[in-house]
Design a protein around this ligand. Structure first.
Ligand code: F6P
Length: 326
């Protein structure tokens, strides 16, 4: 089938680079004389018919902007068959031939179900700061988020040193520790707590004792949001406080600032390459895939594997961080 019209949407948690990828999708469509349709507010916008034709001018000035010009949503309605039927009616109404989904695992799961039910070709571009998809070493926004976290913790370190304090800094990553592990190494964390490792409080306390003994007067512990060492970072800090009554302990939750901001050079280049590849794959008749990057090369991974495979924590990084906190 010759593609004439491709729709694109951004869905789930936003990430820096989504706009850049959108720009690339729109311009690659224009380059190939295909009409590009922007769907606002993710799958919910598809249900509500929030649709607009995008041309090369519609995406000017967004290459460097965080967030997503198409807005994003997590649609409950799309999880129901009735919701997806409504969405497909709009696909038919606008004669849309294929769908580019820029989002994370939840968005890809929805996209796969939609493709199966209505036979509409879909392709995914991984847009999430969590870097938790199998089939790509980097998701869009991950590099920017790492730099944001690093800069924020560098600032926290200044005050930690001035006041001889121990800081627990919580970073994002509901199920994955990539942000915590990499930013933790970059800022010289005493300990890094991630859901994939589950160190336990005893080991944390031992490590903090060791660091005190070695003469450290301040320390940073980076905690991934999904880590289960304490029921939450505040409880964890309280438990540690009981063991170190003379140590002033503070908690800092970085929160959604990690998801915003202008995409890094790395993310912009990656987003542009991924946007081009997404459209070209659809034109080649290669669907149900996620665009990724591996060893500098743009790759395609079946959506199914991208979701099932789970990105693995690099054990070398765990070892490196262990060596660094001696
Ligand atoms: O983008 C992924 C993520 O950053 C997770 O790490 C986090 O748990 C989640 O988004 C929170 O997103 P929201 O507040 O939009 O539900």
């Amino acid at each position: 089938m010759k593609m004439k019209k491709i729709a694109v949407l951004t869905s789930g948690g936003d990430s820096p680079g989504m706009n850049t990828a959108l720009r690339a999708v729109v311009r690659t469509c224009a380059y190939n004389n295909i009409e590009c349709i922007g769907v606002f507010r993710g799958f919910q916008g598809l249900i509500n018919d929030e649709i607009k034709v995008l041309n090369t001018r519609s995406v000017r000035g967004i290459i460097n902007r965080g967030g997503t010009m198409l807005y994003s949503a997590r649609s409950k309605e799309f999880r129901s068959k009735e919701g997806r039927i409504k969405a497909f009616e709009n696909i038919k109404k606008h004669n849309i031939d294929a769908l580019v989904i820029i989002g994370g695992d939840g968005s890809f799961t929805g996209g796969m179900i939609f493709q199966k039910e209505f036979n509409i070709p879909v392709i995914g571009i991984p847009g999430t700061i969590d870097n938790d998809l199998f089939g790509t070493t980097h998701t869009l926004g991950y590099d920017t988020a790492l730099n944001t976290v690093m800069e924020a913790i560098d600032k926290i370190r200044d005050t930690a040193i001035s006041h001889d304090r121990l800081f627990f800094v919580e970073v994002m990553g509901r199920d994955a520790g990539h942000i915590a592990l990499n930013s933790g190494i970059a800022i010289g964390a005493q300990e890094i707590l991630i859901p994939e490792q589950n160190k336990g409080i005893e080991e944390l306390i031992l490590s903090l004792r060791k660091s005190k003994k070695a003469g450290k007067t301040s320390s940073i512990v980076v905690v991934a949001e999904g880590d289960k060492t304490g029921s939450n970072v505040f409880e964890l800090a309280k438990s540690v406080e009981q063991k170190f009554p003379d140590y002033e302990i503070k908690v800092s939750v970085l929160g959604h600032m990690q998801r915003g901001g202008s995409p890094s050079c790395f993310d912009r280049v990656l987003a542009t390459r991924m946007g081009v590849k997404a459209v070209e794959s659809l034109l080649d008749g290669d669907f149900s895939k996620m665009v990724g990057v591996d060893q500098g090369k743009i790759t395609l991974t079946p959506l199914k594997s991208a979701l099932k495979g789970k990105s693995k924590i690099n054990s070398e990084l765990l070892r490196v961080s262990e060596i660094m906190n001696t």
